[in-house]
Design a protein around this ligand. Sequence first.
Ligand SMILES: Cc1ncc(COP(=O)(O)O)c(C=O)c1O
Length: 411
Amino acid sequence: MVEYDAFFQKKIQELRSEHRYRIFADLERFQNNPPFALWHPPIESEKTSLAPRKVAVWCTNDYLGLSHHPEIISAQIKATATYGTSSGGTRNISGTTHLHNQLEKKVAALHQKERALLFSSGYVANEATLTTLGEQIPNLVFLSDEKVHASMIHGMRHSKAERIVFKHSDLDNLEQKLKSVDLHRPKIIVFVSIYSMDGDQAPIEEICKLAKKYNALTYLDEVHGVGVYGVGGAGVAAQQGLLDQIDIVQGNFAKGFGGFGGYIAGNDALIDFIRGYASGFIFTTSLPPAITAAAIAAIDVLAKDPSIQARFHERILYLKNKLQQSIIPFHDSGSHIIPIIVGDAARCNQLSYRLLTEYDIYVQPINFPTVPRGSERLRVTLTPHHSFELIDAFVDALSHILAQLNLRAAA
Ligand SMILES: Cc1ncc(COP(=O)(O)O)c(C=O)c1O
């Protein structure tokens, strides 16, 4: 007899003993009171009162707080009232709506590409596109940065095409690897504009130069760049004037645009090819009207109101200055993602737990396998809704607990 339950319990116990068992905070993020949420403590918690408590959220990926923007909310409600709750099918079988076509046109224009294609999420966009490219292009080789997202690794692996991994953002190493491949062999360089856990930016321009020199296509994940950088939230490549150098831009609506869903953008033939061959696009129900309309509204809101981005970046700068003044070391990668490296899973969990229970500050600990062992961290993000007073209080609380735990985080 196979003891299935015993196996599952043993694996869960392994996670617990390595301090990797994930505890999801149970939150109600009310739309009229950002960045606060009502936290429902776990029933089994001994130390905390069981009563729900108001906490400030310091780790959202809804970077610009657009999930609470009145125009976007009303677009979403109106779409449901007009079209109902579902698209009704896959894109091929009655599930292509006018809203999908409108959104694809907007995304293509945003990234200055001929065409775009929607997916259920950013994860699916990466997985489906890279799988399809690797399966279909004969003898393709991927050259992948070692720190690309799990969805990209999964897509490349799934395709069974050869994958050569280069050291993170290391141009010499990338060039060495490119040299080792026949110039005439099809290749795609796969990388990310802003790496999600360290917040560092890829050397996009230099990578594109190498791509040209060695006859490679470029695939850029802009999930943490869109919304937040570039005019109208077009991303980091757009901000640097490099969009024409990127063959395939991938992004999502779930972070800077405050919604849900993913996409790719590129030239007409390439997008049409993915549309026709990608299983993860073809065989799944398309985005519902509410989600699609919200994404359209989010792009429109950012296009007409640059002050949202400005307020966001102003607060990021303020927080970094405050951290510096309080001698709290953090990894300043130059982006909006602020990692405070603790370097130990148990202590990282403890720090996060104390911030939550003693100061009503919610910032999730990030442990292995999301980051390498020894680099466990708090990954701090904020929104335009975080007031300067709230930032001051956050830095004071952090400073206090770090001192109490005799824990000065490492930069
Ligand atoms: C770099 C990167 N790419 C893709 C994704 C997946 O995007 P989504 O949440 O829309 O599935 C994430 C999600 O965190 C990410 O960090």
